[in-house]
Design a binder for this molecule. Structure first.
Ligand SMILES: Cc1cc2nc3c(=O)[nH]c(=O)nc-3n(C[C@H](O)[C@H](O)[C@H](O)COP(=O)(O)OP(=O)(O)OC[C@H]3O[C@@H](n4cnc5c(N)ncnc54)[C@H](O)[C@@H]3O)c2cc1C
Length: 442
């Protein structure tokens, strides 16, 4: 089957789908609002390197990535810290975001796709409650399927007929409001822990969120201030001033900075409509804790392309099979993590300081937190488990809520994995309400 498909935005999920759909003989046009060379951020972010082979894509050029740097987690009171065990060499990489966009553009063009840079999509064309195409600055164009890869703030979800139950906007605590800035390094100063370039402070200044301060190359420092619920100019200035006092490498010489928003919730319950599917951040298909949005989006894009290559049609009922399958395989785990994340971010600062100082979490435990779902997790020895249980029993104010939230997280996971099999809008609306409630998103 040769379908005519539009991709809105050069998000990685949409671009993975675009390349794979072109390879299986479809016609694909990508509309990107930014000009070529200016798509995405001016920095590097971390991903697992095997995501390209998992998505059956060639590796990106070697000069656009480097070995991921070592990380240190720091307690809110700065008294204790835990180094994150490094993965094998080049298993995790830091990739240049703009070079990654260009890599995808070149793949799509080489596969016969059309990539229109500097052409924002203004709205969807919706006729008889079906998405039929897009309106851009170049005019109207009809398509069999529109893939929305325009990111977390997609305005297109709100243009869909309500009967499809696609969430128009996420609730406020599904978003980490951030400010990312690059400062010059203070001459001759060293990082907090010698040999570890990246430092993440949990619940920095007791606020819901994190701050990081990372050495980049020899003379730049990458700072992120991230908060749930909102981030005022005053919050930014206070947090940076605090980091400037506590992080020896951070000077006052700003190179550039910008506000950002990071998707931090489990997937929206429904991401399909007649002629429409959302992938990546526009469907919140991202791991809501680990910052692995690029990888999750790419895997979702590949799964969508595989579904379409298998002869899928583009009605909501047909696309629902793709959606529920994805929810079962990945979305359910993300829902589990989302519930625990909401709780963890609301924990009192003193409790987190205790977790670090008591030895409840050790360096080797952090190896359990990996984005690689296929990797064998290291085993914690029985003696260490008993020690942890003993420690937890001394802290019922932390332990009992933790148990309660693990149970809630399991219920959310189960709910996510058990969406109605058949496309029945009434049943889906009921399930979507239940799922959002389980997530704590209503
Ligand atoms: C500060 C920060 C740090 C992060 N760190 C990491 C990390 O270390 N690892 C990781 O995996 N992820 C990280 N992420 C998350 C990651 O950026 C996203 O999860 C990932 O890019 C997936 O988003 P996306 O592909 O769906 O869309 P996006 O990357 O948001 O791309 C959307 C695209 O759509 C275009 N667009 C928007 N509207 C229109 C329109 N109307 N018409 C045409 N084009 C449009 C935009 O210009 C953009 O190119 C980070 C995000 C931020 C902000």
């Amino acid at each position: 089957m040769c379908a005519k498909i539009a991709v809105i935005g050069m998000g990685q999920g949409g671009m993975t789908a675009a390349v794979k759909l072109l390879e299986s003989g479809n016609q694909v046009t990508v509309f990107e609002k930014e000009q070529r060379g200016e798509v995405s951020y001016r920095w590097k972010d971390d991903i697992r390197s095997d995501v390209f082979s998992l998505c059956e894509l060639p590796s990106p050029p070697e000069d656009c990535y480097e070995q991921k740097r070592k990380w240190l987690f720091v307690a809110p009171n700065f008294q204790n810290s835990l180094p994150v065990p490094p993965a094998k060499p080049m298993e995790e990489i830091s990739i240049d975001r703009r070079a990654l966009s260009e890599y995808f553009a070149q793949l799509a063009i080489a596969a016969g796709g059309i990539v229109k840079f500097g052409v924002p999509v203004r709205s969807l064309i919706v006729e008889d409650e079906r998405v039929d195409g897009v309106v851009t600055s170049d005019g109207e164009e009809k398509f069999d399927l529109v893939i929305d890869a325009s990111g977390m703030r997609s305005p297109f979800r709100a243009q869909l007929p309500k009967k499809f139950c696609v969430d128009a906007q996420p609730e406020s605590d599904g978003v980490l409001y951030g400010y990312r800035a690059f400062f010059h390094r203070r001459a001759d100063a060293q990082t907090l822990e010698p040999g570890v370039d990246c430092t993440m402070v949990l619940k920095h200044m007791g606020k819901q969120g994190i701050s990081w301060c990372n050495l980049v190359g020899d003379d730049m420092v990458d700072v992120l201030i991230g908060r749930l619920g909102g981030l005022s100019d005053e919050d930014i200035n206070e947090a940076i001033a605090d980091l400037q006092q506590k992080m020896p490498i951070l000077s006052k010489e700003l190179y550039f900075g910008q506000r950002v928003q990071i998707c931090l919730r489990g997937p929206i319950p429904v991401g399909v409509a007649d002629g429409y599917v959302a992938v990546g951040d526009s469907a919140f298909q991202t791991m809501p804790l680990m910052g692995s949005g690029i990888e999750s989006s790419m895997k979702a894009g590949k799964a969508l392309a595989d579904f379409i290559a298998g002869g899928g049609e583009f009605s909501a009922a047909a696309l629902w099979r793709f959606w529920t399958d994805w929810m079962k395989k990945q979305g359910a785990d993300f829902a589990f993590i989302d519930v625990l994340k909401r709780w963890a971010l609301a924990i009192d600062q003193g409790q987190i300081d205790w977790v670090f100082s008591s030895g409840l979490i050790s360096k080797s435990d952090l190896a359990l937190v990996t984005t690689d779902s296929s990797a064998a997790k290291p085993k914690i020895p029985a003696g260490a488990i008993f020690k942890k249980i003993g420690l937890l029993l001394t802290r019922p104010s932390l332990t009992f809520p933790a148990i309660r939230h693990v149970v809630r997280a399991l219920k959310a996971k189960r709910c996510a994995a058990h969406a109605p099999k058949k496309y029945d809008q009434k049943k889906i609306a009921k399930w979507a309400r239940k799922y959002s409630k389980r997530l704590g998103a209503v």
